[in-house]
Design a protein around this ligand. Structure first.
Ligand code: NAD
Length: 375
């Protein structure tokens, strides 16, 4: 079978679904791999890197005519129309929030596999693009904050006097939050963090940060994700957010609830009470944001001099590495889908990972909607 790697069509996208190295690894699974000219240009993967790795660089039409198309962003309607009936497309799809995409894939008779629907079980960790991207993005959020912040992160004792360390407050200590805690701590900041899952306290503290507690209990579903908070729990945390944000120089928010809009946690009043020169990075901006002042993909400076960053491309700002990690996650998934290492993709819907990512399944000229998977 032929695997095609297209150039991402989303404006400003820097990522590519395969690097020269991972494309060669796909070829080693028996596939004929082709890459669209210029696909990796923004991720330090020039066409030459692919040809040097023995991967053919071809036109968009040739890529979209492949048996399997692997990309980063969900295919657009026009891209779905250029897929062959019976083909497979693998990408991020946010299927829970994209009923139109699911319907378009089904109508086109295409198998759609969502990279972002890989179940959160240990066996699937090597295929988990959300973790790969959140990890890079959490680090980059700190770099963006440090760039905006007009002071040092680390405390210093100089001949001209003492410089206090910056105080960083991280909301949500999942993959992105822990990466942010690590990066901020390594720059010398005092880091405090909060998560509704109390079991992360140990991880936070093992990284040298302080875990902020609120007197409440939070339910966590069996897949390890947080559930939405009740109104009472929200009220209990509101005062804590206000107090922590006022005391912080940098606030990094990462709180997400899968398939739901991001919880609004930091109010406009709290941002208005923050110190001038402080910085907020709202990593939940793509899902509506955790902070009232956030504008998606924008840098906003409030009247009281707080910079609020709503960038949704944080992982893409380290494009070479994120593409390499994404590509490696794809290779690991394709290893699972190619048990014979014979270049033939098979989908075993009895397997929890394969069932989990199956959004549509081509059968004849149409495709069956498989989303959502059974709980
Ligand atoms: P996520 O991106 O869905 O959420 C980020 C964090 O926000 C989570 O820690 C969540 O608890 C927190 N959060 C949600 N609502 C909040 C609120 N109102 N206030 C404060 N915090 C809130 O989650 P994630 O980072 O992708 O991962 C969640 C968990 O799953 C982590 O423990 C992670 O280690 C685990 N995980 C397991 C696997 C695996 O086993 N394959 C893979 C990835 C992640």
């Amino acid at each position: 079978m032929r695997i095609g790697i297209p150039r991402e069509s989303r404006p400003g996208e820097t990522l590519v679904a395969a690097t020269a190295k991972t494309a060669a690894q796909l070829a080693a699974l028996g596939y004929d791999v082709v890459v669209e000219a210029g696909a990796g240009a923004a991720a330090d993967q020039p066409d030459r890197a692919f040809t040097d790795a023995g991967v053919q660089v071809v036109t968009a039409d040739e890529v979209w005519g492949s048996d399997v198309v692997v990309k980063v962003n969900a295919p657009t309607e026009a891209e779905i129309a250029s897929l062959r009936s019976g083909a497979t497309v693998i990408s991020l799809m946010a299927p829970a929030r994209s009923p139109e995409l699911v319907a378009q894939l089904a109508a086109a008779g295409v198998t759609g596999l969502a990279m972002d629907a890989v179940p959160r079980i240990s066996r699937a960790q090597s295929m988990d693009v959300l973790s790969s991207m959140a990890n890079v993005a959490g680090y980059r959020a700190v770099i963006e904050a440090a760039h905006e912040f007009g002071r040092l992160f680390t405390g210093q004792v100089t001949a001209a006097g003492k410089v206090p360390p910056a105080r960083v407050f991280v909301v949500g200590a999942g993959v992105a939050g822990l990466a942010a805690i690590g990066a901020a701590g390594s720059l010398g900041a005092i880091v405090r963090a909060f998560d509704v899952r109390p079991e992360v306290a140990e991880q936070v503290e093992s990284m040298g940060a302080q875990f902020v507690t609120v007197d409440m209990e939070q339910e966590v579903s069996s897949d390890g994700y947080a559930k939405e908070m009740t109104a009472e729990q929200e009220a209990a945390t509101a005062a804590m957010y206000d107090e922590e944000a006022r005391a912080a120089d940098i606030v990094i928010t990462t709180a997400l609830i899968p398939g739901r809009p991001a919880p609004q946690l930091v109010t406009a009043e709290t941002v208005a009470a923050m110190k001038p020169g402080s910085v907020v990075v709202d990593m939940a901006a793509a899902n509506g944001g955790n902070v009232a002042a956030t504008v998606t993909d924008q840098r906003v400076v409030t009247d009281n001099g707080v910079t609020v960053l709503g960038y949704t491309d944080l992982a893409g700002r380290l494009a070479a590495q994120t593409s390499q990690l994404y590509g490696t996650n794809v290779v690991n998934l394709l290893k699972l889908l190619t048990p014979g290492k014979d270049g033939v993709l098979t989908l075993d819907t009895d397997d929890v990972i394969q069932r989990g990512i199956a959004v549509t399944l081509a059968r004849g000229d149409s495709a069956e909607v498989m989303w959502p998977p059974p709980p």
